[in-house]
Design a protein around this ligand. Sequence first.
Ligand code: ATP
Ligand code: MG
Length: 328
Amino acid sequence: MSVIFSGIQPSGNLTLGNYLGALRNFTKVQDENECYYCVVNQHAITVPQDPKTLHERTRQLAAIYLAAGLDPEKAVLFVQSEVPEHVQLGWIMTTMSYVGELERMTQYKDKASKRGDSVPAGLLTYPPLMAADILLYQTNLVPVGDDQKQHLEITRDLAQRFNRVYGEDVFTIPEILLGQDGTRVMSLQEPTKKMSKSDDNQTATVYLLDTPKDIEKKIKRAQTDSDNAVRYDREAKPGISNLMDIFAALTDKSHEEIEKAYAGQGYGTFKKDVAEATISVLEPIQKRYAELIDTPELDVILTKGAEKAREKASKTYEAVTKAMGLYR
Ligand code: ATP
Ligand code: MG
């Protein structure tokens, strides 16, 4: 049995990328492992958030975790800000980090470049907080999308650095757990950029709660090329390759099978089928989400989840403070 931790930010409405890259894999591992899944609202505030929206999205995200199949009897589901050890250890991990290594993170560079002269310092110190999230649970495996590889690497570096200085057995060194195909879903409008829930361009993104009509429209309008052949080529045909990746992930078909099935048919038919496959996977999730979102049961699950998470997190945090001499 392994300890598994992962988190998603309530920084926007969840996307098909979040589902295929992360969420879908969370439920696959919950039967045989000790799992912790978190709504990382303190990561979301590394860029400005509207308080009312952040509050609503926190609850919505928790409901989506459950709607996607997370079982609260098997996995611990909680909100980051309700377990104060996350920011406490986050600060310590910040003190273990070098500015240079944080500045090299591509997520930092991407997100900072959009903010002109006012780059929030929290964007820079995002990775040490993420390291704290993971290390608090003595995590073995972290299921995340492939865009988070670099943050996982720095988490491992920080854990090893800490252990070297303060004692070899304080932190377990975690490993990344990528989905079978390492799916990175790209923007439907700029297929060289990843699909993100914080993207302002709504037509670039399929949201998990989109209506079937919207899903159809967005996929139909997805950027492709004029060559009209369903063929996989990430470099020359990023748009159609992205749709092929999405279709492959949703239907378990290989690229070769897809190419064969759509040979000579053009993009129209293929896009229609991609939309259909997306709708049929999302519809049951949407139905369960609607049943859950306003129930008091959701609050009970989150309150219990925070208690259970804290039990484990506080043990690690105590060991850390002891090792560092951070006590009276
Ligand atoms: P933001 O734009 O606010 O960073 P995001 O869509 O990148 O939002 P996160 O909360 O940062 O979502 O990440 C949640 C999980 O979803 C992570 O495991 C991340 O690797 C995964 N993920 C995010 N975007 C994609 C994508 N386009 N394809 C596959 N996985 C993704
Ligand atoms: Mg992200």
